[in-house]
Design a protein around this ligand. Structure first.
Ligand SMILES: Nc1ncnc2c1ncn2[C@@H]1O[C@H](COP(=O)(O)OP(=O)(O)OP(=O)(O)O)[C@@H](O)[C@H]1O
Length: 212
């Protein structure tokens, strides 16, 4: 069995008869980084929201690492899924420093464990020394890496990235693609990356799947 198994996933928004996803299936091996490619409005973000537990599918199932997240009998809430997500706009807390943003979800750790984890994450995303800065004091690429560190800090089993380059200018994109690829490989993360840009998909992912 694959590490991530999505089978027959269907979904329509609030009472609409038009299905955004209709019988979508996908398998991922552990450590695999795959892109979900497709034009605007085809349901890429919706797929991530279903995996994260922010929407409930009409049909189908999702399992990660042998644990069923959702099927006809089960619905694990988002915080119990072990799924990290980085949104298009990064959704950093503007009033918190980089360090506080990164450690935000680590309330179950002791202060000492939290400090160790923060150090590891800063090193992984190469932001050591920037921990006291607020989001507006960081470049777009640095903000993205803070968002990545925040999603990775609790040790998710699966990471979801929604349009990771949409807020970056073209020049930054090229260097950040390879940086992101290296960070994901170093963390050994299984990752699903939503994008509408085939070049982005091919630069960081070993596999491309399409929706729609
Ligand atoms: N909260 C919502 N309520 C109703 N319809 C929605 C909602 N969110 C998205 N949709 C619709 O569902 C469809 C799929 O949207 P989704 O955001 O998943 O597409 P996408 O492929 O990620 O698009 P994009 O590349 O533009 O982000 C679209 O037709 C969209 O208008």
């Amino acid at each position: 069995m694959s590490f991530v198994t999505i089978e027959g996933l269907s979904f329509a928004y609030g009472g609409s008869r038009n299905r955004v996803l209709d019988g979508f299936s996908l398998s991922l091996e552990q450590g695999e980084v795959a892109a979900v490619l497709g034009p605007s409005g085809q349901g890429k973000s919706t797929l991530l929201r279903l995996i994260a537990g922010l929407e409930v599918p009409a049909e189908g199932s999702i399992a990660v690492g042998g644990v069923t997240l959702v099927d006809e009998r089960t619905f694990l809430p988002p915080e119990k899924r072990g799924v990290g997500m980085v949104f298009q706009d990064y959704s950093l807390f503007p009033h918190l420093t980089a360090a506080r943003n990164i450690t935000f979800g680590l309330h179950r750790m002791s202060p000492k464990e939290r400090a160790v984890r923060l150090g590891e994450m800063l090193e992984l995303v190469r932001l050591t020394g920037c921990e006291a800065r607020y989001p507006h004091e960081l470049s777009g690429g640095q903000q993205q890496r803070v968002a990545l560190a925040r999603a990775l800090a609790p040790g998710p089993r699966l990471l979801l990235l929604d349009e990771p380059f949409s807020s970056l200018d073209a020049e930054l994109r090229a260097s950040i693609r390879s940086e992101l690829k290296a960070i994901l490989a170093q963390a050994g993360m299984t990752c699903l990356v939503v994008t509408h840009d085939r070049a982005d998909a091919e630069a960081i992912c070993s596999r491309v799947v399409t929706v729609g």
